[in-house]
Design a protein around this ligand. Structure first.
Ligand code: UD1
Ligand code: MG
Length: 451
């Protein structure tokens, strides 16, 4: 059978006033990813062959986020906010392309899974003109109610327009609707704004389809998948649901989480098999951890790659561009940024390594700092393989340390060090025999210490 083509239109023109934010609602993040991008991910997972996003007139930032996360998506502007059907029609051009199925999703419903979108398409394949995703929230206030007779969907009634009887219905509209691509424009063009809000309600499409003698289907989804985000409280609830999902995915993928509830993931975190994550670890966006690595307690990892068998933390910070090879050790109170650590490198205590590359098996002693910033620009530090950087050294970039070189403890290295050399850059020690005795005698006699 031929695959049915699918256009997904994501509505993201809302202002999100209840977020009390300078930022458009759909750009708020859940698990490190903008809500609108989660929705686009689900659309792609459901097999969308075409994506369209409807944004508000001043939502340049939303358009940019869409271009980053789904470069092929068409962007349409709804210049006036006149309701969900009006928003869909902003993408008329995409609708007119003649897709088999059309699915409308809301940009503020970030937890919907691709498979649910797929399930919503099933009634279309068997002849329905429209299919609605239903759910049963604990408190249905604010949602459109699904009016049914003997399991058949007759209408969606917005709360404001609902009778007391209709308000008692527990089955609600989650906000996802699928349309027969040949019927969709005719249905939505027929929607009017004769309601209390003078808005064009997309939900009216159900009654219009029925009046045309077409069938409307319902697919039910679990509450925690269709929760919409309208406030910061709901944003935090969505975060909790997604974190629970990501923890489960990590465990099912073969990682050990010692205390799963204390580990925070990004949507794109990738853990290999036998990775162990100790309690209280935070993964920012863009992290991959290879098999057998251990992330110890209280570490913060973002934009980093951790090689197989590496050990990170406790209390380590990996920042974007940290690339740890196999078996690398990064210990407590160590920060790594934009640095390549080759296999076997050890940076075990109290160090900052930034804008650097470090060759295999080099040991970086406690308290080593790469001084990478001169107030204007960043500079690189290049350290070879099998080198030994003595404790409490400063490497003032741009600078290089050759393979096998030693840096004496407490050095301030400003010039390149050749391979296999010893560099010591600190004041020589001076011992003054008996000096302390003389000091004590002068003080006891009420004199001041000698200069
Ligand atoms: C909508 C549904 C309701 C459903 C609920 C689920 C309608 C008429 N009602 O109500 O049945 O139970 O979602 O959460 O569809 N948007 C635009 N342009 C507009 C208006 C809205 O882009 O002119 C976007 C919003 O950004 C949002 C989505 O459409 O992403 C839904 O709009 P919203 O105002 O939140 O609708 P609800 O009142 O929640
Ligand atoms: Mg809403």
């Amino acid at each position: 059978m031929r695959m049915r083509s699918l256009l997904v239109i994501v509505l993201a023109a809302g202002e999100g006033t209840r977020m009390l934010s300078a930022q458009p609602k759909v750009l708020h993040k859940v698990a490190g990813r903008a809500m609108v991008s989660h929705v686009l991910d689900a659309a792609l997972a459901a097999g969308a062959s075409r994506l369209a996003v409807v944004v508000g007139p001043d939502h340049q930032a939303v358009a940019e986020e869409v271009r980053r996360s789904a470069p092929g998506a068409a962007i349409f502007v709804q210049s006036e906010r006149r309701g969900t059907a009006h928003a869909v029609l902003a993408a008329r051009e995409a609708l007119a392309e003649g897709h088999d199925d059309v699915v409308i999703m809301y940009g503020d419903t970030p937890l919907v899974r691709g498979e649910t979108v797929l399930a919503l398409r099933a009634p279309l394949a068997s002849g329905a003109a429209v299919a609605v995703l239903g759910f049963r929230p604990e408190n249905p206030a604010g949602y459109g109610r699904l009016v049914t007779r003997e399991g058949e969907l007759l209408a969606i009634r917005e709360e404001k327009e609902a009778s007391l009887e209709e308000r008692a219905i527990g089955l609600c509209n989650a906000g996802l609707m699928a349309f027969d691509g040949r019927a969709v424009l005719g249905l939505i063009d027929a929607i009017g704004d004769a309601n209390s809000r003078r808005e064009f309600y997309l939900t009216d499409a159900v009654e219009i389809a029925r009046a045309q003698g077409r069938v409307a289907g319902i697919v039910e989804a679990p509450v925690e998948e269709v929760a919409g985000v309208n406030s910061r409280v709901q944003l935090s609830e969505a975060e909790a649901i997604l974190q629970a999902r990501l923890r489960r995915r990590a465990l099912e993928g073969g990682a050990t989480l010692v205390a799963p509830d204390t580990v925070f993931f990004s949507a794109d975190t990738r853990l290999g098999r036998d990775v162990v994550v100790e309690p209280n670890v935070v993964f920012g966006a863009g992290v991959s951890v290879e098999a057998g690595a251990t992330i110890r307690a209280f570490s913060h990892v973002e934009g980093a790659h951790v090689g197989a068998g590496a050990i990170v933390g406790p209390f380590a910070r990996l920042r974007p561009g940290a690339n740890l090879g196999e078996g690398v050790h990064v210990g407590n109170f160590v920060e790594i940024k934009a640095a390549e650590l080759s296999p076997g490198v050890k940076v075990n205590h109290l160090s900052y390594v930034g804008d650097s590359s470090v060759g295999a098996n080099t040991n970086i002693g406690a308290g080593t700092i790469t001084c990478n910033y001169d107030g204007f620009r960043k500079h690189r530090t290049v350290i070879g393989a099998n080198a030994f950087i003595g404790t409490n050294s400063l490497l003032v970039a741009p600078v290089s340390v050759g393979d096998g070189a030693y840096i004496g403890t407490g050095s301030i290295i400003t010039e390149d060090v050749p391979a296999d050399a010893l560099a010591i850059a600190r004041a020589r020690q001076v011992n003054k025999p008996g000096w302390a005795v003389r000091l004590r005698e002068r003080l006891a006699a009420g004199l001041t210490p000698k200069k």
